[in-house]
Design a binder for this molecule. Structure first.
Ligand code: FAD
Length: 464
């Protein structure tokens, strides 16, 4: 009998396993896919970041190197770009296998199904069945891409992010349905590599839910780069047609019905918790209306001894959220007082410029009737950004008027994803804007923009 059985070897599952191993618990991870690492390592964060980086270098070589005095004529070798991505991912997957060995985690290969209290039935790749037992079972089965009614994903011309990470040719025309994080990242990659990209979004903003000013700033940058972003359009259908695809946009107030042709259509309208074949009914767990497995706030499901973390439960579908929940869940199982905190999850969009945000948006604070001040600092006035020719964007800090406590930090700018952990730290320690304004930030770094935004919230930004 194991102390912990984890179903799913993604960032939720593998981090839970490593922490369990560190705490001296006996632990097995059941993973049915060929490789450990889940969505994030195999068909999500990591391959996407690999192609974002490579395509950014290509785009810079094409359009910006000359301005730095570097004369080159770049040629795209897509096969090599894809191969380096695959090689990098393979090394990361091996890294997880190494960490399993180091922490005495057993990988049980196969698909797990709950089989009664403390029991999991595992079906291997050739159909062989075994049953393993554990005092605790952690469900970390992740998510799968969602689609829309009328949109027929054939995985050839109408695809999910998984296929769009491995196109063997640059599509002449790519339509992306959904201007969320995945849609904008994938649209950026293929736009840089030469596709004519149209992004269709039902909401009247990209990245719905993001601070409006920040979303609009990123939208302007992406449009300048050539992404054709159409907001407020409802896709009625997408169907394959003669080796291509047709997308129909529904007539709506002010918008006429329209048919658009593309070589590829990427459906990027979000993801759904994945619980197929998991046997939830065997232990009496009922998923919520969106298919996610609910928990009590401390990762306990309604079934005794069964826990849930990551994309398969509610909350943001992000790898670092899954990781945080994994640590907390295992520490609770091990009887420790967990001090993890997943209340404010940072969000990063790895476009160019990047977008990074944490805490409340201006719209949320206004709606809640909170009295707040705003500090802003444009990267145009940040010396490092100017030197690097990367001046698009700003840092925006929202501060409680009475207490000076920071309520939200929203940024668009060069590699602001690397700055958001500082923002998270500030929120974790309930920092005031003055705390940040009086913290030395090395010069010249982009992070000075954060300090200047904090100063600006009190009216004394010094470099603008
Ligand atoms: P998953 O990673 O989905 O892992 C679940 C695992 O469980 C899978 O390996 C699956 O095979 C296995 N499994 C399922 N059912 C069973 C079963 N019954 N038996 C055995 N095994 C089973 N997040 C970020 O934070 N940053 C990013 O930059 C980012 N980029 C992304 C880009 C893309 C294109 C996509 C699609 C996602 C991205 N994400 C990103 C989201 C991130 O990948 C997920 O939030 C994260 O992988 C969730 O981890 P998880 O462990 O909950 O689930």
């Amino acid at each position: 009998m194991y102390d912990v059985i984890i179903i799913g070897g993604g960032p939720g599952g593998y981090n839970a396993a490593i922490r369990a191993g560190q705490l001296g618990l006996s632990v097995a991870v059941i993973e049915g896919a060929q490789h450990l690492g889940g969505t994030c390592l195999n068909v999500g964060c990591m391959p996407a970041k690999s192609l974002l980086h490579a395509s950014e270098l290509y785009e810079m070589a094409r359009t910006e190197f000359a301005s730095f005095g570097i004369a080159v004529e770049p040629r795209l070798d897509l096969a090599r770009m894809m191969a380096q991505k695959t090689e990098a991912v393979a090394k990361l997957v091996k890294g997880v296998e190494f960490l399993f060995r180091k922490n005495k985690v057993e990988w049980v290969r196969g698909w797990g199904r709950l089989d009664g209290e403390s029991r999991v039935r595992v079906t291997g790749s050739t159909g062989e069945i075994s049953v393993i037992e554990g005092r605790n079972i952690v469900l970390a089965t992740g998510s799968r891409p969602s689609t829309l009614p009328g949109v027929c994903v054939d995985h050839r011309n109408i695809v999910t992010s998984t296929e769009a990470l491995s196109f063997t040719q640059v599509p002449d025309r790519l339509i992306v349905i959904g201007a969320g994080v995945v849609g904008l990242e994938m649209g950026s990659i293929w736009c840089r590599l030469g596709s004519e990209v149209t992004v269709l979004e039902y909401a009247d903003t990209i990245l719905p839910g993001t601070d409006r000013e920040i979303a609009r700033t990123l939208e302007r940058s992406l449009r300048k780069q050539g992404l054709n972003i159409r907001l407020g359009v409802r896709v009625a259908s997408a169907t394959p047609s003669d080796g291509a695809a047709v997308v129909t946009i529904e007539a709506d107030s002010g918008v006429e019905a329209e048919k658009l042709m593309a070589d590829k259509v990427l459906v990027a309208v979000g993801r759904r918790a994945f619980t197929d074949g998991l046997g939830l009914e065997v232990v009496g767990i009922v998923p919520d209306a969106r298919g996610a497995i609910p928990h009590d706030g401390h990762y306990r499901t309604s079934a005794p001894g069964v826990w849930v973390i990551g994309d398969v439960t509610h909350g943001a579908m992000l790898a670092h959220k899954a990781e945080e929940e994994a640590i907390e869940c295992i520490e609770i199982i091990a009887g420790k007082v967990s001090v993890s905190d997943d209340s404010d999850i940072p969000v990063v969009v790895y476009t160019r410029p990047e977008l990074a945000a944490i805490g409340a948006s201006e719209e949320e604070l206004t709606a809640a009737g909170i009295d707040f001040r705003v500090g802003r600092f444009q990267f145009m006035a940040n010396s490092r950004a100017r030197i690097n020719h990367e001046t698009d964007g700003l840092v925006k800090m929202l501060v409680d008027t009475a207490s000076d406590r920071i309520l939200g930090i929203h940024m668009v700018g060069p590699q602001v994803g690397e700055m958001i952990a500082e923002a998270r730290m500030a929120l974790t320690f309930a920092a005031t804007a003055e705390d940040v304004a009086r913290t030395i930030h090395p010069h010249p770094t982009r992070s000075e923009a954060l300090r200047q935004a904090a100063m600006d919230s009190a009216g004394w930004a010094m470099q603008a």
